[in-house]
Design a protein around this ligand. Structure first.
Ligand code: DNO
Length: 357
């Protein structure tokens, strides 16, 4: 595995490449052209400039998170083939620049959903949190209102104000899209892009739906072992792979995370490692990465990745806001740096133990 950190680019991130470089063991960043719109072609010039900037700081781009998929592609309307052509061109440009990993999601309207961005924990840190009760009590507009007030002056992925201004229109556009249709549209998209992925060895890594159940009646298709395997079989190509996100699959406590990882051997190209603390099945908050701070056994998660021979990028996922940092919720420097150090420690211990045995 390679330890990485997500970075939104110098214009958008409060964390600098120089800071990331000083986290022990972090050699790569996972980044994006944050100001591009879904459906737009990423030019080679801009990709190269981003690569050069990261290289100047002594690291490399380990993958892109995300090249976002347009609503036309998810809905399957008359614009989808044009948008897929553009997506293919972006992939070709990334491939030409020697970038071989793309994380994306196929969630309608909202990317991830949380009901609080700054729930206070007993130690004074703040974290993202979710309660079903809060979701049931509001409509999508109200959710955007409350979330946008807590972004600490940043723009969180999937919650761009321009996009949220169209929330009603977006719901209307998805009204005839059920789970089956969304799944078929995803397969259609993947089949079209597989040739360019094969040509340039680009691994597509789908991010699971977060949380792993329908929100506001919108369909969700990447939520469980059964569903992700259905997708792996439908497009049975190693370039159709998975971002294994413990904090997203883990929202559903029926998902056995280490077992899922083992079952996806060879198809996990990217790992997001995050811990959650559950008050009940539908009330949880994000915790520090350390097992004892949350409800997951992080050792078992990392061990499963080790056992399947996972050799892709791994990144600590959302961190708590600690030590007075003001940053994008979940994406500050301090707690993610602690997370990276902890995951590196688990990995080193597992590796040495296995080699000794
Ligand atoms: C949230 C992230 C997601 C993820 C996208 C991938 O913090 O995990 O926004 O990057 O779903 O396309």
């Amino acid at each position: 595995m390679e330890m990485t950190l997500r970075w939104y680019g110098s214009r958008f991130d409060t964390v600098t490449l120089e800071q990331i470089r000083q986290i022990p063991g972090v050699t790569g960043v996972i980044t994006t052209l944050y100001d591009t719109q879904p459906g737009e072609v990423w030019s080679r010039e801009r990709i190269r400039a981003l690569k050069d900037e990261v290289a100047t700081a002594g690291m490399h781009i380990a993958g892109i998170e995300s090249v976002n998929v347009s609503d036309a592609i998810k809905i399957g309307n008359e614009d989808r083939d044009r948008d897929i052509e553009n997506y293919i061109e972006t992939l070709r440009n990334l491939g030409e620049e020697d970038i071989h990993l793309v994380c994306y999601n196929f969630m309608p309207v909202f990317d991830w959903t949380r009901t609080e961005l700054a729930r206070k924990r007993p130690d004074g840190s703040t974290v993202l949190a979710y309660t079903k009760e809060a979701v049931d009590a509001i409509n999508p507009d109200q959710m955007f209102e409350s979330i946008s007030g807590d972004m600490n002056g940043t723009v969180m992925p999937g919650w761009e104000p321009e996009r949220m201004a169209r929330v009603k229109e977006l719901f209307e556009m998805y009204k005839d899209v059920d789970e089956e249709k969304l799944f078929r549209n995803l397969v259609y998209f993947l089949e079209k892009i597989m040739p360019v992925c094969n040509e340039y060895d680009i691994k597509m890594a789908i991010h699971p739906d977060d949380p792993a159940w329908p929100v506001f009646g919108l369909p969700r298709i990447i939520t469980s072992k059964e569903k992700i395997h259905r997708l792996m079989k439908a497009v049975d190509d190693v370039h159709n792979g998975v971002t294994f996100c413990s904090g997203s699959y883990g929202t559903n406590r029926r998902n056995n995370l280490p077992e899922m990882i083992r079952s996806l051997k060879g198809r996990i190209h990217f790992a997001h490692v995050r811990n959650l603390y559950f008050h009940s099945d539908d009330n949880f908050e994000e915790a520090a990465h350390l097992s004892s701070d949350g409800s997951f056994d992080m050792y078992e998660i990392v061990k499963a990745l080790y056992d399947i021979g996972f050799d892709g990028p791994i990144r600590p996922d959302h961190g708590r806001m600690i030590w007075g940092e003001v940053a994008m919720p979940g994406y500050g420097l301090y707690d993610r740096a602690l997370g990276a150090a902890y995951i590196n420690g688990l990995w080193e211990a597992i590796e040495k133990n296995e080699k000794r045995a």
